[in-house]
Design a protein around this ligand. Structure first.
Ligand code: ACO
Length: 401
């Protein structure tokens, strides 16, 4: 086995690699990704198999603890998560401090950070029981507070976790259950959501995961590190792309559905516009998650009887990009976010909650990566730089400037 701390001795000169395009930051046993071949595996299991045959909580267990759970372990895990789904009542006053218009990702990041106030003891990653409890705690509470960001924005009363329902079903319950009557989502909806969460659950050293590992490398706690991950995910070049895709498709629709005009804009180097949902730092052939989601989007929309003009525009853009020299030469293909927003929209999830959906899915990956980083006793993350500023200058007193 390679000892990460020994690798430090091999480093000497500073390599300039903006965006860390070619820099490995860690050794990891969690997720395998081959961008050229379009392969994604969690702990050795193909994403196609997991999306088809497993459930989200099962996959979260696999990512965090390294193996698929037995039926007994899975049942215990679900029960233990349920134990922690009650959120401290004082958290509600924190939510009330936000204006209704606050973006749910900002509120989610703040609330996740606020959880540290009610769980002040930093989890010891070398203590399996303590670690397990913290994992169950964040898995339980994060789902609830994520949905509370939406309830707050709508001015609805906050809902509590329903112990008779599963984790993913609870997401819909927490979001949409109103005091006026029963709410029973279609099993197709739950199944599609489960799949989406699995597809988002980990993606090795992406921006938000690297952020979680970086923050955690200073030995900041698990919840604080996850809160930082939420902020990193928010940006439109990362998780925020799913919201940006839908906004872009809506704009194209409102402007007469002229997809070609937007294709031209995306290719114009004078125009900062990018075709959102296209391109990926690592996948340079196709994004295997996009393939699965595309199929799921078709299924959900046809089952729910949704005839969405936005989907037609998405297909037009995809078809046009597939034969366009600009997109072909730069290996720009639809990524996971291109279709996920269409499904979320069909499920009645508002656009500004899309990135929150991504965060719920990505949570197990963040936890697994934080845990691995701490258990491997990785050094604090601290990149170097090449200084390009002034050489030494004489100080000029303020009255002489
Ligand atoms: N539309 C138009 N042109 C693009 C796009 C796009 N979506 N993406 C990349 N390009 C072009 C760039 O302008 C650049 O062209 P050039 O070589 O002529 O200068 C070339 O393709 C390479 O682009 P980079 O920005 O260097 O690629 P990088 O790997 O750094 O970026 C990224 C990847 C950020 C995903 C980029 O493709 C992008 O901005 N896509 C749109 C946003 C998006 O969908 N993000 C979600 C990513 S998936 C995720 O986070 C879950």
């Amino acid at each position: 086995a390679i000892d990460i701390n020994k690798l430090r001795d091999l480093t000497g000169a500073i390599t300039m690699d903006p965006g860390y395009k070619n820099s490995g930051s860690c050794l990891s046993k969690i997720t395998f990704l081959d961008g050229e071949e379009g392969i994604l595996r969690y702990r050795g299991y193909s994403i196609e198999d997991l999306a088809e045959k497993a459930h989200f909580l099962e996959v979260s267990y696999l990512l965090i603890f390294g193996e698929l759970p037995t039926a007994e372990q899975l049942q215990q895990y679900e029960t233990d998560i349920r134990k922690y789904t009650l959120v401290n009542e004082e958290m509600k006053s924190i939510i009330d401090g936000f204006p209704k218009t606050a973006h749910p990702m900002g509120v989610l990041s703040a609330l996740t950070s606020a959880l540290t106030a009610f769980n002040p003891k930093a989890v010891n990653p070398d203590h399996p029981k303590e670690l397990y409890e913290s994992v169950c705690k964040i898995m339980g509470k994060f789902l609830v507070i994520a949905t509370w960001t939406y309830r707050k924005s709508m001015g609805y009363p906050l809902n509590y976790y329903d112990n008779t329902k599963g984790y993913v079903e609870n997401f819909m319950h927490l979001m949409f259950q109103l005091p006026t009557g029963p709410y029973t989502p279609d099993p197709i909806v739950i199944n599609a959501l489960d799949k989406l969460f699995i597809l988002h659950a980990d993606h090795e050293q992406n921006c938000s995961t690297s952020t979680v590992r970086m923050v955690g490398s200073s030995h900041a706690g698990l919840f604080a590190s996850i809160s930082a991950g939420v902020s990193a995910l928010w940006g439109p070049l990362h998780g925020g792309a799913n919201q940006a895709v839908l906004e872009m498709l809506e704009e194209i629709h409102q402007n007469g559905g002229d997809a070609d005009k937007y294709m031209a804009k995306a290719k114009d180097k004078e125009d900062p516009f990018r075709l959102m949902g296209f391109g990926h730092r690592v996948y340079k052939n196709f994004d295997p998650r996009a393939k699965i989601i595309k199929k799921a989007a078709d299924e959900v929309l046809s089952t729910l009887g949704v005839d969405d003009p936005i989907l037609a525009i998405a297909k037009k853009l995809e078809d046009a990009a597939l034969v366009d020299e600009y997109f072909i030469s730069r290996k720009l293909y639809p990524n996971v976010d291109f279709y996920s927003g269409i499904i979320y929209r069909a499920l009645g999830i508002p656009t500004d909650m899309f990135t929150v959906m991504f965060a719920i899915g990505r949570l197990p990956g963040w936890i697994a990566q934080w845990k691995e980083m701490r258990i491997n006793k990785e050094p604090i993350g601290r990149p170097r730089q090449i200084y390009t500023g002034y050489p030494l200058r004489d100080f000029i007193p303020v009255d002489k400037r």
